[in-house]
Design a protein. Structure first.
Length: 213
């Protein structure tokens, strides 16, 4: 059985996408905090910016280059990517526009009505669906009377116990197959999860708005 590689591609609602698979152990490029760490370890913010750029305007972001930029400008924190610092630096140096968005220096937000309207109007966002992990939000809808957001998740946590209760629909074609390893590194089976899924708006926390250009 073949595990999923570094990227997956597909089409959803007529829009082609390329998503980074953070579970793939081939993401060995350093993303260091105090001398240690790789993109596989803590690159969810980097990958999520790449996902947002893809859905906003079909732009391609090279994760390794963005990781190096993030380290240079102080955007790498002890638990991953310091989003406000990195996004502000990207905006100041023109890199955000090259990636197809602008950032308005407004930091972390939690007003869900604003987020929902922003996504409906064609914007994107970076957020936490659970503490410690960043995903991109790339669309919004109302279904069965509930506001929902489309998450492009580099670590494909649709089946994670901390997220799965908020999942409303998983998108076929975005499956990630990864090995389940025991403490000795032995593969004991496989996990199949989804990198693209609709989730309840109410679960979103600490988001940054990205405006299409």
């Amino acid at each position: 059985m073949n595990v999923t590689g570094k990227y997956i591609t597909g089409t959803y609602q007529g829009k082609p996408y390329t998503l980074c698979n953070q579970r793939c152990r081939e993401w060995t490029h350093p993303y260091a905090w105090e001398g240690k760490g790789t993109l596989t370890d803590s690159g969810c913010g980097i990958f999520s910016i790449a996902h947002a750029a893809c859905f906003l305007g079909g732009k391609k972001v090279i994760p390794e280059e963005l990781a190096d930029f993030s380290c240079r400008v102080g955007g790498r924190g002890d638990d991953g990517t310091d989003r406000p610092t990195l996004l502000a630096a990207m905006e100041r140096e023109g890199l955000a526009r090259e990636c197809g968005f602008s950032y308005h220096f407004d930091g972390l937000r939690n007003d869900l009505d604003t987020l929902f309207s922003h996504l409906l109007s064609g914007g994107a966002a970076l957020c936490n669906l659970r503490p410690g992990h960043i995903v991109a939000l790339v669309a919004a809808r109302t279904k069965a009377g509930e506001g929902q957001v489309l998450a492009a998740d580099p670590y494909s946590e649709s089946a994670d116990s901390r997220v799965m209760g908020a999942v409303r629909e998983c998108i076929p074609g975005s499956e990630i197959l990864s090995p389940i390893l025991n403490e000795g590194g032995q593969s004991c089976g496989y996990l199949c999860s989804y990198a693209l899924f609709w989730a309840s708006l109410s679960t979103v926390r600490d988001f940054n708005l990205l405006h299409a250009v």
